[in-house]
Design a protein around this ligand. Structure first.
Ligand code: FES
Length: 99
């Protein structure tokens, strides 16, 4: 399993970026749970890491679409594509990309 981040480095409402399997990934904590999502907005394919996280939603810095970081669902436009999410495992203080 690939280590994405240490739990000690991510507080509630925060996120960081990393890369795994050739993809840029945002790793963070929202509503008491860690998450990992693709650092790429599915609208115009720009990085999301310049957006901000509010409760469980990350907003895109370009056109403001919002996505639930746990489900990936677009919360600002019901029928729009979701954000890609990645399964993770928390183990020994690490957040790992689950295989
Ligand atoms: S590029 Fe993200 S909302 Fe348009």
């Amino acid at each position: 399993m690939k280590l994405l981040a240490s739990t000690a480095d991510i507080n509630e409402g925060e996120f960081t970026t990393t890369a795994a399997n050739g993809q840029d990934i945002i790793v963070g904590k929202a509503d008491g749970r860690y998450f990992a999502v693709h650092d790429l907005c599915p609208h115009a394919f720009v990085p999301l890491n310049q957006g901000y996280l509010e409760e469980c939603q990350i907003s895109c810095p370009w056109h403001g679409f919002t996505f639930d970081v746990h489900s990936g669902k677009c919360t600002s436009w019901e029928d729009f594509d979701g954000l890609e999410t990645f399964p993770i495992e928390i183990k020994n203080g690490g957040i790992y990309l689950a295989e």
